[in-house]
Design a protein around this ligand. Structure first.
Ligand SMILES: Cc1ncc(COP(=O)(O)O)c(C=O)c1O
Length: 340
C-alpha cells in the first residue's frame, strides 16, 4: 500500500533539511573523542506553529478526521505537551475546533512551567484547554469530554497521546524514506538514526518504514519517557507492527526495536544535568536549539554513547531533531540556575 492511499492533510513543510554538524563533531574531537560523522534531520522545522515531529503524524490524523466528517479534534498530553500545541495548530489550519485535555503529571515546580512555553501557545491558538483535576481518572475525563461534545451536536475526532497510533505513525514511515533517500543521494551507506522516544509513534513509524523500504539506516530510540523499559519496547514493537501491517510491509522480528536506556533521569519531564549540558553544547557549537524534555535528553544520550565509543568513527549518525523548542521557556529557571 502506498502512502498516497491514505487521507492526508497538507500541514508540514517537507522535506525538512538534513545538515551536517561538523562543529559538534569537532567539539567532541577536541575532547579527545573519536566521533562519527554527525548529521541532524531538522524536523523542528516542519513549519506548523513552532514545528516538531507531531506535524508529520498529524498530516495523516487530520486527514482521517476530515474524511470522517469531524468538526472537533480532541487530544491529550502533559501541561507542556508539544503534541497538544501542534494538534491545536493543525486543527485550526484544517478549520476544526481544538480541545486539549491536559494532565498535570510532571512535578516540575518552575514558575513558567504552568504559564509559558507550549501552554502560552495553546491559548494563543484558541484551543479549549481542560485540565484533568487532581485524583480524576484521565481516561474517564477524556470520555466525558468526547460524550459532551457529541451530545451537544459536535463530531469529535480523538487523537491519542503523542498522535501515536498506526495512522499517526504513517508520518514517520514516510519520513524514513525521506531520510534514507537523502543519505543515498549523499552516497552514505552505513548510518544510524538516533532520536528521543516517548509515546513511540516516531520510532514505530520509522521501523515500519524501514521494513517497507527494505534497506537503509538502523534506528536507535533513546528512552525519555518511561522507567519500565521492557513495557515501552513492547508497546513500540506493537505500534511498529500495526503500522507495517497497514502499509503491507514485511512482518517485523521480535528484536526490531533498539531502545537505549539510562538518560531519562528521575522521570519524564524532569531535567537532568546531562540534558542541560547537551542543550548548551549544541546551541553553542551549531546554533541549534534543542528542548529540555525530549531532544535535550536524546542528545545527552547520543553524546554519552559517542563518548563511550559505541559508534565507530567511519559511521554516520543522523540525529532526528523532533522539535520542542517552546519547552525551553517553560524551564527557564533550570537553564538560568545552571549558569548562576
Ligand atoms: C519534541 C518531541 N520529541 C520527541 C517526542 C517523542 O515522540 P514519540 O511520542 O513519537 O515517541 C515528542 C513527543 O511528544 C516531542 O514532543
Amino acid at each position: 500500500m502506498s502512502f498516497a492511499s491514505f487521507p492526508r492533510a497538507s500541514l508540514a513543510h517537507l522535506p525538512t533539511p538534513l545538515a551536517e554538524m561538523k562543529r559538534l563533531r569537532a567539539a567532541l574531537e577536541n575532547e579527545g573523542v573519536a566521533a562519527p560523522r554527525l548529521f541532524i534531520k531538522r524536523d523542528d522545522c516542519t513549519g506548523l506553529a513552532g514545528g516538531g515531529n507531531k506535524t508529520r503524524k498529524l498530516e495523516f490524523l487530520i486527514g482521517e478526521a476530515i474524511a470522517q466528517g469531524a468538526d472537533t479534534v480532541v487530544t491529550t498530553g502533559a501541561l507542556q505537551s508539544n503534541h497538544a500545541r501542534q494538534t491545536a495548530a493543525a486543527a485550526v489550519a484544517a478549520g476544526l475546533k481544538p480541545v486539549l485535555v491536559l494532565l498535570d503529571m510532571v512535578p516540575y515546580k518552575g514558575r513558567a512551567y504552568r504559564r509559558s512555553g507550549n501552554r502560552l501557545l495553546d491559548d494563543l491558538l484558541g484551543a479549549e484547554v481542560r485540565i484533568v483535576p487532581e485524583g480524576a481518572n484521565p481516561a474517564a475525563f477524556i470520555k466525558n469530554t468526547l460524550d459532551e461534545i457529541s451530545s451537544s451536536g459536535g463530531k469529535p475526532f480523538f487523537v491519542p497521546t503523542g498522535g501515536s497510533n498506526a495512522t499517526g505513525s504513517l508520518g514517520y514511515a514516510a519520513a524514513y524514506f525521506e531520510i534514507a533517500d537523502a543519505l543515498d543521494a549523499l552516497g552514505i551507506s552505513s548510518a544510524r538514526i538516533v532520536h528521543g522516544s516517548s509515546s513511540g509513534g516516531t520510532q514505530g513509524g520509522l521501523v515500519a518504514g524501514a521494513a517497507l523500504r527494505g534497506k537503509g539506516p538502523a534506528i536507535h530510540g533513546i528512552n525519555v519517557y518511561r522507567a519500565d523499559h521492557a513495557a515501552m519496547m513492547a508497546d513500540i514493537l506493537k505500534l511498529a507492527r500495526a503500522t507495517a501491517e497497514k502499509l503491507g510491509a514485511p512482518a517485523l522480528a521480535d528484536d526490531a526495536i533498539i531502545l537505549e536506556d539510562g538518560f531519562l533521569g528521575e522521570r519524564y519531564g524532569m531535567p537532568t544535568d546531562a540534558m542541560v549540558e547537551a542543550v548548551k553544547l549544541v546551541a553553542r557549537s551549531e546554533g541549534i536549539l534543542l528542548d529540555p524534555v525530549y531532544t535535550g535528553k536524546a542528545m545527552a544520550g547520543l553524546l554519552a554513547l559517542i563518548r563511550a565509543g559505541r559508534f565507530p568513527r567511519d559511521e554516520t549518525i543522523v540525529f532526528l531533531h523532533t522539535g520542542g523548542m517552546p519547552g525551553l521557556f517553560a524551564y527557564e529557571e533550570e537553564f538560568a540556575a545552571q549558569d548562576a
